[in-house]
Design a protein around this ligand. Sequence first.
Ligand code: AMP
Ligand code: MG
Length: 323
Amino acid sequence: MARIGSSVSEAARLLVRGEVVAIPTETVYGLAGNALHVEAVARIFEVKERPTFDPLIIHVLDLPAAQNYVQHIPKPALVLAEKFWPGPLTLLLPRKSIIPDLVTSGLDTVAVRCPAHPLAQQLLALVDFPLAAPSANKFGRLSPTQAKHVEEQLGNEIPYILDGGPCPIGLESTIVGFENEQPVIYRLGGIAAEDIEAVIGKTGLQLHSASNPRAPGQLTRHYAPRKKLVLGSLEELLKHYPAHSSGILSFRKDFGLPYQRLLSPSGNLREAAQHLFLYLRELEAMPVDVILAEPAEEKGLGRAINDRLRRAAATTAQPHTYE
Ligand code: AMP
Ligand code: MG
């Protein structure tokens, strides 16, 4: 069973030995291993039951460290890194050959991020390699935002969970890549698309899909709770589903029902994002047959929240064998 503790040096000691450990980041908990050590990377895929065609993000201390692993950084990427690192922004950059194929699923770009969480920063300062760290959950399931969520799913398979408290952002990073130096958002996440566009101008958006099995963060069904989830107007849905055996994920309205969670009573998108995975987790554990959820306002972090809810609600899983 994994030990849970707050010793950065213990986490570093295990990572140096080639083991994988769960670490806190400001987005969600990551399952970390030495990104330059193929056995450690293979162990990440094994523990997560993640298909190897789904590439991993490498985590580095800062921009100079990132430069060790990428061939060059296009101008808009540099501007974004300077503005948003450390923080929930992942950049897809042309990789150096030191990065193993297994990390990138054979792609010629590598996903790089500089996490802001103080314990992740301390850990990265202690080790002399980048950390490959996908979310510390079984493939396709809800991302963990607390150490105990990691313990529930992966506790039997890893030696240590570095506990940094609840994740302050609660959503995965925003992923930005470049096609002919033109920025494209591949995953909506902890930094709003509007904030990115405010810095580098108009970006493309390429979120789907089933036709792109290389990037399952983009799979139609992902981030899925164990119960069926239906997305729509709660007032409408409650005309069709029994109120007393349905879990309700409302944005701010209190329906006075037994199994409900309010993402943000004050209507704050940041607070809603921070609670999203926790509340889905709590709702799936309640004695309900279905979870009814309403979308957030389609702006800022609301777009990233809605992206997760749509994937959680999708009925087609690709590949469904991993559900
Ligand atoms: P996770 O680590 O669970 O947050 O998922 C990381 C996601 O990053 C993957 O599912 C992909 O969607 C994306 N990703 C990582 N590396 C690349 C890459 N080189 N090209 C495109 N997408 C990538
Ligand atoms: Mg994930």
